[in-house]
Write a protein that binds this ligand. Structure first.
Ligand code: SF4
Length: 415
C-alpha cells in the first residue's frame, strides 16, 4: 500500500477522473498525503487545452520529478504521450484507468473496505471475498487483508441479484485473487459462482477481476469453456504475470511459472474466437538481471496482451523484498521505458486489427467530454463520440464500426 499525492488540472471532467482514480486507490488500500515530499508516488493529472497550459504541465512535471515515482496521466498524457520524455521528465505516462494498478506496485487491490457491493452508474462492483492464499515477497497488502475468507457462493449470488435489481448492467467481481475464491474451504468456487451468475435473469455482463495465474491454472479448461458458453461473461481475464523469468517469479514467491501462465493463455486462445488478456509486469525487482528482463520482453512480445500494466518496483516497508539490495542507477527506469515502448507497439497492433470491424457494444461509463466508454463482448474498450442519451444511454447496446485507436483504447462510430 502506497502513500500517494495527486495534483489535478483542467476541467470538471478531468477532476472527475481524479476522483475516480482516488476512489480506486482508496479501495486498493492506498493513502493520500498532503505534499509530494511525503508521497511514495506522485500523480499529475494533466490538461492540454492551450499551449500555455501544456508548458505549465511540463514545468510542473519537471518540478515533481525529484526522485519519487512520478505518474503523468490526463489529457496531455493521452494526446502527447512523448512530450514529457522529450522534456527530460522521468515519469510513467499512463491512461487514467492504468494509474491505480501502477500505484499498486504489483500488489493485488484490497477489496472495498467493508467488502459491500457498490453500484456506480450501471457498474455493480461485487467483492467476492477479502484476502488471498499467497505470500508474495513484495506485498504489503497481505498484511492488511490476511488469508482469504470466502463467503458461500449463494451469498455472493444474492448480492449480485441485489445489484441487478438496483440497475447494474455490468457486474465486476473483484477481490485480491478471484481464482482462489473458496480455496480456504477446500475447493475453487469461481466456476460455480460464474455458472450461478449466468443463470440469473436479465441482460447484463460479468467481468472477472484479478486472478493470479496459480489460482486459475488448475481450472483453466473449465473457465475457458464457461467463457465460451455463457454470453453473459465477458471474454476477459486479468492474469498478472509480473515477470517473464521463473527465477524472478520464485524470488517474488508468485507460485506460478511462466509456462503455466502461457498454458492458461493457450487454453483460452484455443477455446475462444476472441478475448482480451490483461496482465501486469513489475519491472526492476531486486533480483532481476538483464537476462530476466529480456525474458519479460520475450513473454510480452509472444503473448501480446491487449492490456498491459507496467509498474516499476518500489520497496514497501515490512516486506521481504524491502530487505533485498535494490538495482542501482537508472536500471529500473530504463527497463520500464523499454517494456512500456514495446507495450505501446503491441497494444497499437492489437487495436489496428480491430479497424474497420463492426461490433456490438454496451455503454458502460461516461467518457471524457462528449464521449461514451463502451465495451464489446471480448471486453475491448471502445470510445464512442456523443452524449449518453436515448438509445445510447448507460447500459444500452448498439453497433459501432472501429475507426481509429490510440495506445489506450479504440474509437468507434455508431452504425
Ligand atoms: S496474491 Fe500476492 S500480491 Fe496479491 S494480495 Fe496476496 S500476497 Fe499480495
Amino acid at each position: 500500500m502506497a502513500r500517494y499525492y495527486i495534483e489535478t488540472y483542467g476541467c470538471t471532467a478531468n477532476r472527475g477522473e481524479s476522483r475516480h482514480i482516488e476512489r480506486r486507490l482508496r479501495d486498493g488500500g492506498h493513502r493520500p498525503v498532503e505534499s509530494p515530499e511525503a508521497a511514495d508516488v506522485v500523480i499529475l493529472n494533466t490538461c492540454t487545452v492551450i499551449e500555455t497550459t501544456e508548458n505549465n504541465m511540463l514545468r510542473r512535471a519537471a518540478e515533481l520529478d525529484s526522485g519519487t515515482d512520478l505518474i503523468v496521466t490526463g489529457c496531455m498524457a493521452l494526446a502527447q504521450e512523448t512530450a514529457f520524455e522529450e522534456a527530460g521528465v522521468d515519469a510513467q505516462v499512463l491512461g487514467w484507468d492504468e494509474v491505480p494498478q501502477a500505484v499498486g506496485n504489483g500488489e493485488c487491490p484490497t477489496v472495498t473496505p467493508d467488502t459491500e457491493p457498490i453500484l456506480d452508474g450501471v457498474i455493480g462492483i461485487l467483492p467476492l471475498a477479502r484476502g488471498c492464499m499467497s505470500d508474495c515477497s513484495y506485498c504489503i497488502t497481505k498484511a492488511a487483508t490476511g488469508r482469504i475468507d470466502s463467503p458461500p457462493v449463494e451469498r455472493n449470488l444474492d448480492r449480485a441479484r441485489e445489484l441487478l435489481d438496483a440497475g447494474a448492467r455490468e457486474i465486476r467481481i473483484t477481490g485480491q485473487d478471484t481464482g482462489v475464491y473458496g480455496l480456504d474451504q477446500g475447493e475453487r468456487w469461481l466456476p460455480e459462482l460464474l455458472r450461478g451468475l449466468c443463470d440469473l435473469d436479465g441482460d447484463f455482463r460479468v467481468r472477472i477481476g484479478m486472478a493470479n495465474p496459480w489460482g486459475i491454472y488448475p481450472i483453466r479448461e473449465e473457465i475457458a469453456t464457461l467463457l465460451a458458453e455463457c454470453p453473459k461473461l465477458y471474454n476477459f481475464l486479468h492474469l498478472p504475470v509480473q515477470s517473464g523469468s521463473d527465477s524472478v517469479l520464485d524470488a517474488m514467491r508468485r507460485q506460478h511459472s511462466v509456462a503455466e501462465f502461457r498454458e492458461i493463455v493457450n487454453t483460452l486462445d484455443r477455446t475462444l474466437d476472441e478475448w482480451t488478456l490483461a496482465t501486469d509486469f513489475v519491472v526492476g525487482f531486486p533480483t532481476e538481471t538483464e537476462a530476466d528482463h529480456q525474458e519479460s520482453v520475450h513473454l510480452l512480445e509472444t503473448v501480446e496482451p491487449e492490456t498491459i500494466n507496467v509498474t516499476r518496483f518500489s520497496k514497501r516497508p515490512g516486506t521481504d523484498a524491502a530487505d533485498m539490495k535494490g538495482l542501482g542507477g537508472t536500471v529500473k527506469k530504463e527497463r520500464s521505458k523499454d517494456l512500456s515502448a514495446r507495450k505501446a507497439e503491441i497494444v497499437g497492433a492489437v487495436h489496428e486489427d480491430l479497424l474497420g470491424t463492426r461490433r456490438e457494444v454496451m455503454a458502460v461509463e461516461p467518457g471524457t467530454g462528449d464521449s461514451i466508454q463502451a465495451y464489446d463482448d471480448a471486453y475491448h474498450r471502445i470510445v464512442v463520440p456523443g452524449e449518453l442519451t436515448g438509445d445510447r444511454s448507460l447500459g444500452e447496446r448498439f453497433e459501432v464500426t472501429i475507426t481509429d485507436h490510440n495506445t489506450f483504447y479504440a474509437f468507434g462510430e455508431p452504425v
